[in-house]
Design a binder for this molecule. Sequence first.
Ligand SMILES: Nc1ncnc2c1ncn2[C@@H]1O[C@H](COP(=O)(O)OP(=O)(O)OP(=O)(O)O)[C@@H](O)[C@H]1O
Ligand SMILES: [Mg+2]
Length: 333
Amino acid sequence: MGFGIILALGSYLLFGGEISLNIFLLFLVLGLRFYSPVQNIVSYMSLMRIMSASMERIVEVLNRKPLPEPDNGHSLISFDIEFKNVSFKYDDTVVLKDISFKIPQNTITALVGPSGAGKTTIASLIARFWDVDEGEILVGGCNIKDLKTDRLLKYISMVFQDVYLFNDNIINNIRFGNKDAGKEEVIEAAKAARCHEFIEMLPEGYDTIIGERGATLSGGEKQRISIARAILKDAPIVLLDEATAYVDPENEILIQEAINSLVKSRTLIIIAHRLSTITAADQILVIDNGRVIERGKHSELVSGGGLYSRFWDKRMKARGWRIAEKQKEIINM
Ligand SMILES: Nc1ncnc2c1ncn2[C@@H]1O[C@H](COP(=O)(O)OP(=O)(O)OP(=O)(O)O)[C@@H](O)[C@H]1O
Ligand SMILES: [Mg+2]
């Protein structure tokens, strides 16, 4: 509109003899020049709004007080885990209530229970994402509050429900577990985690850039990449939160194989949703509403008549139903 007005008014003055052609042209050129910075201001304003939203989140992180970390040089030689009367709440919601259990070194412990029971919270507390409100968590006999966070995190590999992948190539995403690893080691880990084949099929193999948050990969593939990371990190404790999202049977077998190569001589805490991982565990802890309500091996719990045996019955029925449906399909074919 502004340019139109200059043109109209300028022409009127030019033809009325008020201004010369030079002045008219000068105004036209300057008018155009004048508008582009104004347009820039408008686009920067919307950018500023986005930035201020991000800034609020950054400030929130910066304002968090770091957990106290006394550096008394502890390093661990054994990796059993013990929760002693642990209670924990997020802000006002009490999530864990006076929980106690032991996880012996080099064993597999499965945490099972309804959604929202507190399983992920238990795993996060082992890595000291938060400090417990009451009780204590011991790793190798040492209260984790007395360990330097970097050192504690060196002992722990985490494979979480929501796998975070960076917008970088695959090799760097796996190497995140151990920055000094060479390409050969990365490939070894990828083979053990059953992701070598699909990576090789990608257009640029290990150098393929995966989109923001791994947008170009399937859920099962992302989980296997994160298992490869954990294998490469080679930490003595592994926290694994199995994805609840549906994975197809082929992916399920591959993930199971990947987990099998991860467990060798490590203390594994696995939040399990799949029957095969649960039955393979040395110990099952059934969590409900922030408490451990049953514990034991699969065979003991199934005959116990508690929540676990009901959960197991339901699963078996669902499976039986699926098999029956499959048989029907085959008959109808
Ligand atoms: N960061 C958080 N801030 C506040 N509340 C939280 C936070 N994370 C979890 N909670 C709450 O704590 C409770 C336990 O959550 P948690 O994630 O441990 O459950 P879960 O057993 O892992 O469930 P699922 O099987 O669905 O993963 C839930 O009621 C949840 O809403
Ligand atoms: Mg969870």
